[in-house]
Design a protein around this ligand. Structure first.
Ligand code: NAI
Ligand code: MG
Length: 490
């Protein structure tokens, strides 16, 4: 492999309008909003700013497609074939889509190219294979009756997604919805609409009938809220902030929409003294700093058993000192900018709070440069459970290290949070690993690894980290309604 840094060229932005009923159309209001490249703060495109009128139109065509179009009578296997075709088209455009993701989100090109987009393809293929395997049951009821269940599409689904994995979140949402036979009105995050719009274009090329997939770019309180309120939408799938989910839940009460939420976390990552420290250090580093720390499952509370505490801190600090932070289009770059000014300011504020409340800053602690939203990989030691940085989601490259003594205390401390998305434990003692895995209140537990995702493995939150599950067979549940049919045999 060459060690010369190569800087990739930027992609062309081709889709910037609303995608409704198979047509590319400006927002009804004629408004546009800018989307930026977070590494340079330059505007890369003006995008149609959808609002309630555009959502109304999208819901109308999505309803029509659900009930009357070719989608309504298409057999399940053919739906699967369309998903396979979409996955193929995305795979063919892997590098271009990855570059679009880097342009809009700022993530390192090598992550987008070898991580995000291949995972999109894998997820769509996984659900493509499920389309014709969504089975009902035959049920032995009392009396001379034949009872069976049908799993029907829940209907028109509103899907509202965040900016941290823009393309991957599209796949997590479209995959199960389309496999189940639903139609979709999606609102991508206002920071990152471009890859979603490109994927809509590829879905059109793949042959999805008009109206099955609709994309209304725009802001949360306008376009997003209109989706949540709309009586023609049967279900909302949302990924984002807890407080937004609370708003959505209140608004959705009027129409009793089905809801699934994938929210944030303050995930405990527990390293015992008997762990392979080399592996644990790498896992802890990846678990927090990956994707600029902008991960819902970030292992942001690193609990380290006191015997190995200092050594682990040294290893983490060494990795931060050599971490390549900079131009995300440079193939060597490991860490790009944060998504926007607001997120960078929020992260820097948490760093100040960490210092004020008495944590020690081992590495980083500030912004990098003056252009772009870069934050130094920051490592705090001496963090205690009561500190703000140990309680609140920072969503940036800030790792808090907390010490612990023994297994007895750690479960309680790990669980002392209203979140419950993920957790990890590092140990060579298999019994201890399973004991902790069973006791931690979190939707995902990793043992001697971190951030291992698979399209087949359910993901979601306990407690205030979410409702329902995505991925795996579990991810289909919320996209179907079960209908019971009973037939008199006499
Ligand atoms: P957010 O929850 O405001 O945005 C997520 C999506 O919801 C976006 O598409 C947004 O336009 C939409 N939205 C916002 N308000 C809405 C409303 N009233 N009705 C309907 N849709 C609405 O999250 P934001 O502001 O981008 O990030 C804030 C914090 O949230 C982050 O610092 C992080 O802590 C957390 N977050 C968690 C994510 C996760 O993966 N669980 C992803 C993004 C953010
Ligand atoms: Mg917000």
């Amino acid at each position: 492999m060459s060690t010369t840094a190569s800087v990739e060229t930027r992609p062309e932005v081709r889709q910037t309008q609303c995608f409704i009923g198979g047509k590319w159309i400006p927002a009804a209001s004629g408004k546009m909003f800018p989307t930026m490249h977070p590494a340079t703060e330059e505007v890369v495109a003006q995008v149609a700013e959808g609002d309630a009128d555009d959502v109304d139109l999208a819901v109308e065509v999505a309803r029509e497609a659900l009930e009357h179009g070719p989608w309504a009578t298409m057999d399940a296997r053919e739906r699967g074939e369309l998903l396979f075709r979409l996955a193929d088209l995305i795979e063919q455009e892997n590098d271009e889509l990855a570059a679009l993701e880097t342009l809009d989100n700022g993530k390192p090109i090598r992550d987008a190219r070898t991580g995000d987009i291949p995972l999109v393809v894998d997820c769509l293929r996984y659900y493509a294979g499920f389309a014709d395997k969504i089975h009902g049951q035959t049920i032995p009821v009392r009396g001379n009756y034949f009872t069976y269940t049908r799993r029907e599409p829940v209907g028109v689904v509103g899907q509202i997604i965040p900016w941290n994995f823009p393309a991957l979140m599209v796949a997590w949402k479209w995959g199960p919805a389309l496999a189940a036979g639903c139609t979709v009105v999606m609102k991508p995050a206002e920071q990152t609409p471009l890859s979603c719009l490109r994927m809509a274009r590829l879905a059109q090329k793949a042959g999805f009938p008009d109206g099955v997939i609709n994309v209304v770019p725009g802001y949360g309180p306008t376009a997003g809220a209109a989706i949540v309120r709309h009586p023609g939408i049967d279900k909302i799938a949302f990924t984002g902030e807890m407080s937004t989910a609370q708003l959505i839940m209140r608004e959705a009460a009027t129409t009793l929409k089905r809801l699934t939420f994938e929210l944030g976390g303050k995930s405990p990552n527990v390293v015992f003294a008997d762990a392979d420290l080399e592996q644990a250090a790498h896992g802890a580093h990846l678990g927090l700093y990956f994707n600029q720390g902008q991960c819902c499952c970030a292992g942001s509370r690193l609990f380290v058993q006191e015997e190995v505490h200092d050594e682990l801190i040294e290893r983490l600090a060494a990795m931060n000192h050599t971490r390549k932070v900079g131009n995300p289009f440079d193939i060597e770059t490991e860490q790009g900018p944060q998504i926007d000014q607001a997120q960078m300011d929020k992260i820097l504020h948490y760093i100040d709070l960490g210092l004020q409340e008495g944590a020690s800053c081992v590495t980083g602690g500030g912004r990098v440069g003056e252009q772009g939203y870069f934050v130094e990989p920051t490592l705090f030691s001496g963090v205690t459970d009561e500190m703000t940085i140990a309680k609140e989601e920072i969503f940036g490259p800030v790792l808090s290290v907390l010490k612990f003594k023994d297994e007895r205390e750690i479960v309680e401390r790990a669980n002392a949070t209203h979140f419950g998305l993920a957790a990890a434990v590092w140990t060579r003692d298999i019994g201890k690993a399973h004991r902790i895995a069973a006791k931690v209140r979190a939707g995902t537990v990793w043992v001697n690894c971190y951030d291992i995702f698979d399209a087949a493995a359910p993901f979601g939150g306990f407690k205030m980290s979410g409702m329902g599950r995505e991925l795996g067979e579990a991810g289909l549940q919320a996209y179907t309604e079960t209908k019971t049919v009973t037939v008199a045999l006499a």
